[in-house]
Design a protein around this ligand. Sequence first.
Ligand SMILES: [Zn+2]
Length: 397
Amino acid sequence: MLKATKIRLYPTREQAEFLNRQFGSVRFCYNTGLRIMSHRYKRHGQSLSAKYDTKKLLPVAKKSRKYGWLKEADSVALAQACINLDKAFQRFFKEKKGYPRFKRKRGKQSSYHCMSVSCGESWVKVPKLGPIKARVHRSVEGKLKSITLSRTVTGKHYASLLYETEQPVPEPMTAIDATKVLGLDMGLSHLAIDSTGRKVANPRFIKQVQKNLKRKQQSLSRKQKGSSKRAKARLLVAKAHERVADARSDFQHKLSRQIVDDNQAVIVETLKVNNMMKNAKLAKHIGDASWHALIAKLAYKAKEQGKHLVKIDPWFASSKTCHVCQHKMDAMPLNIRSWACPTCHTRHDRDINAALNIQHQGILKLKAEGLSVSAHRGLRKSGMPPVAAVEVGSSVR
Ligand SMILES: [Zn+2]
């Protein structure tokens, strides 16, 4: 089983300067590759299907006088930059994701190393550089596979270590208790609503750091362009961003841990996020809720325990369908929070009804995959009135 851990690094000034050049070389390879690919794409358009290997250009560039300085960097990192670019193009063509963007000097930097890497109790080592001081919280037993170095916008260095442990990946469960299948819906007023009627709000501490971020952003917008005050304000905004991201990630780790520990299968809807992202007004809310990041955390935690994370397409209109009688409403505007089914007269809380539909669809999908899902024992009460919705919000840590 592969295990990852992220640790903080404390490079000396010389090491930081070397890393800066290393990151610069990686960025150069990515951006140059992107420039070449963009040129080809413009000329050949969608027909650009054959994999064009920018990696092959690396040895040529290293031999040239102009780009000879690329030799100073770890060659694995440069090759990986080309692979990452290729992946970005694959996502663009196959998954219809956005067109790859240039890496910015001011943005987050990273470089990947997998040859001659090592790690000790208080250091990590990558090629062409002495051991870098590190804070290792816990040693992971197993074989070190790779180290990805990164530098945040605020100048903090990190290393993500990937280990291969002796422990095998647990076999996925084949028999699932239906009462341990959780449908999870993303809401606008809440981060998540589940099929037991629980609504998880974004906790207060995240709202506080967000407020702080907003204040810093306003302050930045008032500073004159190119001034040193603006540069300082920009750093403060980056730090505030980092605090928001850290707080959110911390909360999502705890929430996903609890959800996976308590259930055998978790069902989530995926495409809706993409559709909603197109609506600019909603994008902010969803960005805040960062549904994608939560799903990613649920996915790997579930895998570690042999549990299931089922992603379903929202084609069945989870919000518009009555989960009791399957009556489908023509429209369900976003401002309607609760509604009554015209056929079976059940009163629904909009979000809980959707979560129950998601749970139901997930069970069907699990069964279709050949798993045995034991029948409902009436534990899930249908048509839960909105008053029964339990607000858990900030109590979940
Ligand atoms: Zn109904």
